[in-house]
Design a protein around this ligand. Structure first.
Ligand SMILES: [Zn+2]
Length: 59
């Protein structure tokens, strides 16, 4: 089986991983961290979405 249990039950707070070497992803990850510190959760979600669907990664 190819199922990976760790991918099936991720906690809601699990952030998408920034792509190594991508400056835009690193920037988004930092913005998200700052937003979560200030309690700006709509911005956190925004950064999550952008990280997941960041164009140019072919995923
Ligand atoms: Zn990226």
């Amino acid at each position: 089986m190819t199922e990976a249990p760790s991918f099936r039950h991720q906690p809601p707070a699990a952030p998408p991983a920034p792509v190594p070497g991508c400056v835009a992803c690193a920037d988004l990850a930092r913005l998200r961290t700052e937003a979560s510190r200030t309690g700006d959760f709509s911005r956190v979600t925004d950064c999550d979405v952008l990280l997941r669907r960041h164009p140019g990664h072919g995923a």
